[in-house]
Write a protein of this length. Structure first.
Length: 75
């Protein structure tokens, strides 16, 4: 079967979207520090920002991998 595009690149693109969504969610959660009356709001926000950064990094790697697989030439 001759396909114009690599199917795996679209799987990587879906993984990118999922990871990027979770990264954005963790970033939005880190903004809300008023729900922690124990004084741990700052630590929880820092943890959520770190998780968001790690997820964002992995999501960008999958995005680049997907783009690379989509634009490479086939022989």
């Amino acid at each position: 079967m001759n396909r114009k595009f690599d199917i795996l690149s679209f799987v990587y693109l879906k993984i990118y979207l999922v990871l990027f969504t979770f990264a954005g969610y963790n970033l939005l959660i880190s903004i809300n520090t008023f729900e922690y009356p124990t004084g741990m709001g700052s630590e929880k926000a820092s943890f959520n920002i770190a998780i968001a950064g790690i997820l964002w990094t992995f999501s960008i790697l999958f995005l680049l991998l997907s783009i690379f697989r989509l634009v490479r030439t086939r022989k």
